[in-house]
Design a binder for this molecule. Structure first.
Ligand code: AMP
Length: 541
């Protein structure tokens, strides 16, 4: 027997409408690429989002169109999230740190019709535009006074003169709302296509699970980017709960972050460990915390225990979270539950160094190589699979990847290896996927290896992650020379530079006579990682 309640579809536009009605004075403060600070309220934002939606329609935007962004965290990027979603188009956020090749693949694969770009990234567009689909309209996210020369539309002119309200269509909740590509282990990045339903549910899940900062009047600094992983859902969860958003733009060094937090009295800051390392340095310089700072969320890579301890001992509540692009992205959060609230500082750090417990709407299982479930005893480690209300059911236009992404029960394979303990705490112990995560960004070992293998004097090679104090991990290239002799390191680097962004290049190259193999004849990365665990890399940025 079916119940008889209204079936109102979950739509993203309702979040901002709600914020404008209920939290009209909640603020969005942004460091602008023009160099100044911009501030307005959710009510102001809703009016400009309506104008932008009219502007998009006037440019011919249709439901289902992929409309891309290449931008820092700022109010115009936030407006694009909502205006594009509201008219039934798809907001495709592009990570500006990707290589030219990856970016061109993504724009072409997504079949973007428009691209909104921050002033900082105009040179990227100018360099690559000839390789992108003809007819792609490019809008620079600034006003007329700051417009660069070239065939670009001006963001502020797109809004000018349009009504400050919009009759948002009631879209089926399965309508696509956002698209985010993440690097794959092999070759091309893979796109996760979010729905209105998954996005609204995820915002509610995050609001429920991380309540310390997501409250009216609290100020949150998302250093985690709008251009990747939906800034961990904050552009939706903050307006939903009435928390204010302080956007840092492109100024992400410790000093700039400290100054912004101090001036704005930010309560909670969210980002990857590398960013907090910079902030830690500035806190040590100044001998104090930024005014009002009391809470942080760290994830994207494992947060070191020493970092968690440093912030906790200074009185900042640290929440270690884990998730993935494919999960919208939040999967777990590490705030202490009531029954563990009174543990000693040492025990607290031990617990908080784990990746946290699942949030509502996310189920976790760990399995052995045969797919048999392993116990949640904190001992058994296996590959981590997930299912839930805001988790991908298949990559965008990618049958090949989808054929292996899910197990027989329909759970999504994360590529992480983990244990889960009796309290439900997840600990990521290893990575089954062959990737390196540097400063929160992926580098594909396999892609680097395939490129290096093209050198005539390379018989075999492997790229592995070596622990790094600042970037978490950095790539090390291990080369087996061919009988003709060793290739020059400069030649290998020149080969790689043709295809990869500078920060994706290996920090060091070592030579071996042969590579260790696994029982199945594959290169044993595990053996190599153990051997080179303490390898000292030359200084890297
Ligand atoms: P992305 O889709 O770029 O957010 O990357 C997701 C992946 O980042 C996960 O599958 C993990 O491998 C890694 N990751 C995210 N958060 C953490 C964390 N707290 N600790 C360890 N690894 C993490």
């Amino acid at each position: 027997m079916l119940g008889s309640m209204m079936m109102r579809p979950l739509n993203v536009a309702d979040i901002l409408t709600f914020a404008a009605d209920t939290h009209p004075t909640g603020e969005i403060v942004s460091v602008r690429t023009e160099g100044d600070l911009h501030r307005y309220t959710y009510a102001d934002s809703a009016r400009r989002v309506a104008q932008l939606a009219h502007g998009l329609k006037a440019q011919g935007a249709n439901p289902g169109d992929r409309i891309a962004t290449l931008a820092w965290n700022g109010y115009r990027h936030f407006e694009l999230y909502y205006a594009i979603a509201g008219i039934g188009s798809v907001c495709h956020t592009i990570n500006p740190r990707l290589s030219a090749e990856q970016m061109t693949y993504i724009v072409t694969h997504a079949e973007d019709t428009m691209l909104f770009v921050d002033l900082t990234f105009v040179p990227i567009v100018a360099a690559l535009r000839d390789h992108w689909p003809k007819g792609l309209k490019v809008v620079v996210m600034t006003d007329r006074a700051h417009m660069p020369d070239g065939d670009y539309l001006c963001y502020e002119e797109l809004l000018d003169g349009h009504p400050e309200s919009y009759d948002w269509p009631e879209l089926p909740e399965e309508t696509a709302v956002g698209l985010c590509y993440t690097s794959g282990t092999t070759g091309n990045p893979k796109g996760t296509l979010y729905t209105h339903r998954s996005t609204v549910l995820h915002a509610m899940m995050v609001g429920l699970s991380l309540p310390s900062a997501l409250q009216p009047g609290k100020k949150i600094l998302p250093v985690v980017p709008l251009f990747h992983v939906n800034a961990w859902g904050l552009p939706y969860a903050a307006p939903l709960t009435g928390a204010s958003l302080i956007f840092p733009g492109g100024a992400l060094d410790g000093e700039s972050i400290f100054r912004l937090m101090d001036n704005e009295e930010v309560f909670s800051a969210w980002g990857v460990p590398t960013v907090w390392l910079g902030l830690q340095g500035e806190i040590a310089n100044q001998g104090r915390l930024p005014t009002g700072f009391g809470d942080m969320v760290v994830g994207g890579s494992a947060a070191p225990a020493s970092m968690i301890r440093d912030f906790e001992e200074r009185g900042v509540n640290v929440c270690h979270a884990w998730g993935m692009t494919e999960m919208s992205p939040v999967g777990t959060q590490g705030n202490l539950p009531a029954h563990l609230a009174d543990v000693s500082m040492d025990k607290k750090i031990e617990i908080k160094s784990k990746q946290g417990r699942r949030i509502f709407g996310v189920d976790l299982k760990i399995v052995d190589e045969d797919g048999t479930r392993l116990p949640h005893d904190g001992e058994a480690a296996g590959e981590l699979y997930v299912r839930g209300n805001a988790i991908t059911s298949g990559y965008f236009k990618n049958d090949e990847a989808n054929a292996t992404a899910f197990d027989a029960e329909g759970w999504f394979g994360t590529g992480d290896v983990a244990t889960i303990d009796g309290d439900g705490y997840l600990t990521i112990t290893d990575r089954a996927k062959d990737l390196i995560k540097s400063g929160g960004e992926w580098i594909s070992s396999l892609d680097l290896e395939n490129t290096v293998m093209a050198h005539p004097r390379v018989a075999n090679c492997a790229v592995i992650a070596v622990p790094h104090p600042k970037w978490d991990e950095r790539p090390l290239l291990i080369v087996v020379p061919s009988p003709e002799g060793k290739p020059e390191v400069s030649e290998l680097m020149a080969l790689l530079e043709e295809h990869f962004a500078k920060w994706q290049l290996p920090d060091d190259v070592v030579f071996e006579d042969e590579l260790p193999l696994t029982a199945t004849g594959k290169v044993s990365k595990l053996t190599l990682r153990k051997k080179y665990m303490d390898h000292v890399l030359p200084a890297s940025g």
